[in-house]
Design a protein around this ligand. Structure first.
Ligand SMILES: NC(=O)c1ccc[n+]([C@@H]2O[C@H](COP(=O)([O-])OP(=O)(O)OC[C@H]3O[C@@H](n4cnc5c(N)ncnc54)[C@H](OP(=O)(O)O)[C@@H]3O)[C@@H](O)[C@H]2O)c1
Length: 333
């Protein structure tokens, strides 16, 4: 699989990364054995970037990655870890703010290293901005961990251009992780130009809009009680109907290209620049195989025009997060 470099000084990674969140959390039941098999299949296919968060399944996701890496070479993989979000034992997210003060940075990193069974995290990043903790303090504390050898690179998640600039003034930021798909293009306005100016790459999440843009979503799909998508406006009622109509328009284009809807959606994100690495959220080997083919799918100018005519910028109905969570996104200010 071909490679891309995250930021001016960041690590080289495969053109597609694997996000492991859904293997522990938020998208309904998952199967640990299948999750490990999927991680193995991804690594064997050349995926070198694995994204997790210490709060995904309250540590379960990191333990799963440790289990998978026992049978692979840890140094073949770039592990990206988010921290800061807080949970309760029943899995609920605690109210904001996230925990990103310098003491928490070091404390949470210590637990993460133990759970992952490694002596360093390749990219460490706060999951959200805590408006009460200056970003300089959070990045400064991670920079100390870089100096000490526990972290290789510093990333950010869902922050806006101004926060990115302030952070990059303290330490180079390898990549900003942010939602980016045919349905979510806000990053293109101010954030992507700032990232390019600062030499920061983008790891794009939700490239399939959490499954909505995969070509496999149906209105009949039952969501279990802890499935986050049950709370997302974009998946509800008339919004869902309108969004699935966009997917059907995209399916017609995908058919002419000879690829699946998911492959076209992933390849479109990859086509936005060599500094962008799509994270795919495959939770099983079947979905993984489908998404891997997107790594080799080159879209012509004609294809890109047809894709963007089928799903024009701003066409999505409904917000990408529930209102309370939208309000916490520095990237949306
Ligand atoms: N920084 C942040 O704030 C943030 C937020 C969310 C996620 N992330 C990271 O980004 C990663 C990816 O996000 P995401 O899971 O929302 O992304 P996604 O790839 O947009 O959505 C994944 C969902 O799409 C479905 N799907 C259908 N066809 C697929 C295919 N061919 N390949 C992959 N998935 C397919 C899967 O559903 P089924 O398995 O049910 O079929 C899965 O639940 C996460 O794992 C996490 O590491 C970061």
């Amino acid at each position: 699989m071909h490679k891309r470099t995250l930021g001016a000084n960041g690590p080289q990674v495969s053109v597609l990364g694997l996000g492991a969140m859904g293997m522990s959390d938020l998208y309904g039941p998952a199967d640990d054995a299948e999750s490990v098999a999927t991680l193995h299949a991804a690594i064997d296919a050349g995926i070198t970037l694995i994204d997790t968060g210490d709060f995904y399944g309250s540590g379960h996701n990191e333990l799963l990655i440790r289990d998978a890496l026992r049978q692979r070479n840890r140094d073949d993989v770039v592990i990206s870890v988010k921290f800061g979000s807080r949970r309760t034992p029943d899995g609920a997210f605690q109210p904001a703010p996230v925990e990103t003060d310098p003491v928490a940075v070091k404390d949470r990193l210590a637990y993460t290293l133990r759970r992952l069974g490694t002596d360093h995290v390749d990219i460490y990043r706060p999951s959200r901005l805590n408006p009460d903790v200056p970003i300089e303090d959070t990045v400064g504390a991670i920079a100390e961990m870089v100096q000490a050898g526990y972290v290789r690179h510093i990333g950010l998640s869902e922050v806006g251009a101004e926060t990115l600039r302030r952070a990059a003034a303290v330490h180079p930021i390898s990549d900003l992780q942010i939602e980016y798909s045919l349905l979510v293009r806000g990053v293109e306005q101010a954030i992507l130009p700032a990232a390019r100016e600062l030499g920061t790459g983008i790891t794009a999440y939700g490239v399939l809009a959490r499954g909505l843009l995969s070509g496999h979503w149906t209105p009949e799909r039952a969501l279990s009680g802890n499935d986050f998508r049950g709370m997302v406006p974009r998946f509800q009622g008339d919004n869902l109907t309108a969004n699935l109509a966009l997917v059907e328009a995209l399916r017609k284009v995908a058919d002419t290209i000879g690829a699946s809807v998911a492959q076209v959606a992933i390849a479109w994100v990859a086509s936005r620049g060599a500094d962008i690495v799509p994270l795919v959220g495959a939770r099983n080997r079947v979905r993984l195989q489908e998404s891997l083919a997107a790594a080799d799918l080159v879209l012509s100018d004609h294809d890109l025009a047809a894709i963007e005519a089928a799903v024009p910028a701003g066409a999505a109905a409904g917000e990408r997060y529930p209102a309370a969570q939208m309000a916490l996104l520095d990237s949306e200010r």
